[in-house]
Design a protein around this ligand. Structure first.
Ligand code: ADP
Ligand code: ADP
Length: 565
């Protein structure tokens, strides 16, 4: 088994026992410091030894040399800063502090040796080639606190992960499992995406080229914003490993790393981290850890820049870098090949990540079998239902008697007969249970409306159609509901019936009472109604029938893809 980077595994997690108890007792008396999501991922890697030889968060000397030369102060190659951002005056040098997670649970004790100022512009320039807040990491460090607390950490508890616990292996556990598979050379594969046939081909080829074991090592900490969530991804990895890889030669384990999306430098870092997990070889493909283009639409890096930088440091970091061109599908031969080894005139096929989303997942179309394994296609389709199976909210607003309930009732069967699951949240009925006890003051009205909005948002999140029919007289509260549900799935329908028509209908006798002064704060008479400024639909009820109006709503839902034509 290859030795860890720097010679030995630097684990900062304190095992249970007297020392652990003493430190926990001390921590209760220390100044608490809640750390963010990225710092928590970094702390976890420090705890388990994934960042060996680091024993804590970096100080100014390491930070400066990492930015300038990709080296720690002692000369060890290390391309990425690992720092703990803190608010000014939150901690002082010489102090010991307790590091807590967002729920105020104790994670670790840190010996603060130094507090220094980071330089977001210089850091972005070093990692990304330029400072551009179109890059999420640059935006994050520019907006975050400028100060960093540095010093060794002693970790009392790893951040809790209830998902896929069996696959979350520490470097020590990973090494044991690799040894149990026979040891020898190990090639690690990094990924933050669902694995398709091209990746499978790439990893198989790499395992053959290194003549050893394959460690499939996907990142489940922080990845690029907009990536497929890790719950879905890990299900695809499991399905593949169980059905299509050689179980005797393959290990799947999850890495709780917070990626920086720093391309070339990140590739070197990934290789170092994988050495700590027992890998001798590391795969770097095109555009490894590549960020989305910058604010000018230009890529931050050349596609082969990560390969070049990683290769240039391979000897010093002691990890062999396996680089490959893009793996593409040869249509006529029904096989995969590297793009730099294609037969002349070969017809190749590929589907880009954008096309996967736009042309397949969003349309409810299964990905073709040449592109992805059917097990994977099925999992992706499950978590990305087509739009006509996604949730949507139809929100009626208007005066009492404007026709909200009547139109909603006409709409319901149209949705049900198309196989949709529908919940009607009618103002009058909601006030009998969900909003029981609320009156008609502005506060109570807003509370009533946002409660309906909250329930609607949950229904929509679970793929249902929420039809809401309440006067909802205030613009601000309706806007809040739109926000809760998601603006792209909120269809506001203004029932535009003039006050005198509503009053002449007076189905519940409420207008008469309001005029007589026995019913106070009645919308339109003695309380305001703010008509929507940009509703998705305005429906008059003088002229069109309820069914005709309901059909117009159906047309809008079809046009937006929420119903099949
Ligand atoms: P990241 O590099 O950001 O982790 P991916 O999960 O997409 O993103 O890629 C993981 C690795 O696989 C990278 O080294 C990448 O260059 C390589 N890779 C991705 N797609 C292909 C492909 N079609 N052919 C060859 N290599 C690929
Ligand atoms: P709201 O829910 O907006 O308070 P309702 O639907 O309870 O209003 O009441 C509207 C009344 O107007 C019902 O009695 C309905 O029969 C009558 N009405 C007459 N024409 C229409 C129409 N085109 N659309 C909706 N309702 C209408």
């Amino acid at each position: 088994m290859i030795s860890p980077y720097g010679g030995s595994l630097v684990e900062r997690l304190l095992p249970a026992g007297a020392a652990h108890e003493a430190l926990a007792a001390e921590a209760a008396r220390l100044r608490p410091l809640v750390i963010g999501a990225r710092a928590q991922c970094d702390l976890e890697l420090l705890a388990v030894g994934g960042f060996s030889p680091l024993a804590g968060f970096m100080g100014s000397a390491d930070y400066a040399r990492v930015l300038r030369e990709m080296r720690l102060a002692d000369g060890t190659v290390w391309p990425i800063p690992v720092v703990l951002p803190v608010a000014k005056d939150a901690v002082a040098a010489g102090e010991r502090v307790a590091l807590l997670d967002a729920r105020n649970d104790l994670l670790a004790v840190m010996d603060v040796r130094e507090v220094f100022e980071r330089d977001p512009e210089a850091e972005a320039a070093a990692l990304l080639g330029r400072f551009d807040t179109a890059h999420p990491y640059a935006a994050e460090i520019a907006a975050g606190p400028r100060f960093c607390a540095a010093g060794p950490v002693e970790v009392l508890r790893l951040p809790t992960h209830h998902d896929f616990a069996a696959l979350r292996l520490t470097p020590r556990e990973t090494r044991e499992r690799l040894a149990a598979l026979g040891g020898g050379p190990v090639v690690a594969f990094q990924t933050r995406n669902p694995l398709h046939r091209s990746h499978e081909e790439l990893t198989r080829r790499a395992a053959r080229d290194c003549g050893g074991l394959l460690l499939i090592h996907p990142v489940v900490g922080m990845t690029r914003p907009g990536d497929v969530d890790h719950y879905t991804r890990v299900r695809t990895y499991k399905a593949l490993v169980e059905n299509h890889y050689d179980a005797e030669r393959t290990l799947l384990a999850l890495l709780p790393l917070a990626m920086r999306m720093a391309g070339p430098r990140e590739a070197v870092w990934h290789a170092i981290i994988r050495r700590n997990y027992g890998a001798t070889h590391f795969i770097v493909g095109r555009d490894h850890a590549g960020p989305a283009p910058d604010s000018q639409g230009k890529p931050f890096f050349r596609p082969d820049e990560a390969q070049d930088l990683a290769k240039a440091h391979a000897k010093e970091i002691g990890v062999e870098i396996l680089t490959y061109a893009e793996v593409v599908y040869l249509q006529d031969e029904d096989r995969y090949e590297l793009s730099d080894r294609l037969p002349a005139g070969a017809k190749v096929a590929s589907i880009s990540g954008t096309q996967v989303r736009r042309d397949y997942l969003e349309k409810g179309k299964l990905l073709p079998e040449w592109f992805t394994r059917p097990e994977v296609a099925k999992i992706l389709a499950q978590t990305h239902p087509p739009r006509h199976e996604q949730g949507v909210c139809v929100w009626f607003t208007g005066l009492s008697g404007a026709g909200k309930s009547t139109t909603a009732e006409a709409l319901l069967p149209f949705l049900l007969e198309r196989g949709r699951h529908v919940t009607l949240l009618d103002g009058d009925i909601v006030r009998q249970h969900l909003s029981k006890g609320l009156g008609f003051s502005r506060e109570d009205r807003d509370a009533n409306v946002t409660r309906i909005g909250f329930v609607a948002a949950e229904i929509v999140r679970h793929g249902g159609v929420a039809v809401c029919a309440a006067v909802s007289p205030y613009r601000a509260a309706r806007a809040q509901c739109r926000e809760m549900v998601g603006a792209d799935r909120f269809v506001e329908v203004f029932m535009d019936t003039p006050l005198d028509v509503c009053e002449s209908r007076d189905t519940k006798g409420l207008y008469a009472k309001a005029r007589a002064g026995t019913l106070p704060a009645f919308t339109g008479i003695s309380d305001p109604y703010e008509a929507p400024e940009k509703p998705e639909l305005v429906l008059p009820t003088v002229g069109p029938t309820p069914a005709e109006n309901a059909r117009r709503i159906v047309d809008v839902l079809i046009e937006r893809g929420f119903l099949l034509p």
